[in-house]
Ligand binder design. Structure first.
Ligand code: GLN
Length: 273
């Protein structure tokens, strides 16, 4: 069968859609990039070239696996892009989201180039900490999480991006074991417990501890905020969930500056001491 990259992508998108997987238009390109070892841009440049049969068959097998398992593509491929870097991912960690790239952007724009020690609470794959370190050669960042296997993955990612000498994974709850840092960043779990069951099948594949923010969704955020207040850190930035802006405002006595995401939904809070 002689078809072009473009035609295969169209076919794959319609197959995903007809099987109830919406909002996945970018997945076929990601699969082709992963299999051919090219960037997404390079794959797009090949749109009107004929797709090699072996590549097409392998890519179609991944599409079938995606449809059958309803697992997120990131878990099937074992890698995911975040802030221009590729991270190793497994089902123990949450999949990095584009909204969280805004959090990274914001921290970079608010804090300069001077040497600083940061803390990334709930580091997961290490995507926030490593993206920050990649852009700030004088920073050092502690990444906390509650499982050794998660921290091992974060460490692998730090090594992959050459920042291992400045990334310090520590196994503890939030910042219980950390004494002095200059800034704190976190993408904490913030989905209200009773809303978890309404999330898509894909999101429900992600670790519950990374999603579940307790009864009102901001239980972990509140604990992070309290620990920040008691700490010597001067800057806190974190992500929060849909509809939580007012709760965040009152929790911080209106001290939080709130920023919207690409969909214009309030998403990030910054508090300075
Ligand atoms: N820090 C990781 C991320 O932002 C994981 C966050 C989490 O597990 N809630 O993607």
């Amino acid at each position: 069968m002689k078809i072009t990259y473009y035609q295969w992508v169209q076919y794959a998108i319609s197959k995903l859609k007809s099987n109830g997987i919406e909002e996945s238009d970018s997945e076929p390109i990601m699969i082709l990039a992963y299999l051919s070892g090219l960037s997404k841009g390079k794959v797009l440049q090949k749109s009107y070239h004929r797709i090699p049969t072996r590549l097409r068959k392998k890519a179609s097998r991944i599409i079938s696996k995606r449809i059958k398992s309803r697992k997120p593509l990131a878990y099937i491929l074992g890698i995911w892009d975040f802030y221009g870097l590729e991270f190793d991912i497994n089902k123990c960690v949450m999949i990095p989201r584009p909204e969280t790239e805004l959090l990274v952007n914001l921290v970079l724009s608010k804090l300069g180039n001077d040497p600083l020690i940061g803390l990334d609470i709930g580091t997961g794959a290490g995507n926030i900490a490593i993206s920050l370190l990649n852009n700030r050669p004088k920073w050092r960042i502690i990444g906390t999480d509650e499982s050794i296997s998660i921290l091992k993955l974060a460490k692998c990612n730090a090594e992959k991006h050459d920042v291992l000498d400045r990334f310090f994974p520590i196994c503890c709850n939030l910042m219980d074991c950390i004494s002095k840092v200059d800034f704190i960043v976190s993408n904490p779990p913030y989905i209200p417990s009773n809303e978890i069951k309404n999330l898509s099948q894909e999101v429900q594949c992600e670790p519950l501890v990374a999603l579940d923010g307790g009864k009102n969704g901001i239980e972990t955020i509140k604990r992070i905020y309290d620990q920040f207040i008691d700490s010597k850190a001067k800057f806190l930035a974190f992500e929060f969930g849909y509809g939580q802006a007012n709760q965040i405002r009152s929790m911080t006595h209106n001290e939080a500056k709130i920023l919207n995401d690409y969909k214009n939904i309030p998403r990030i809070a910054v508090i300075k001491h």
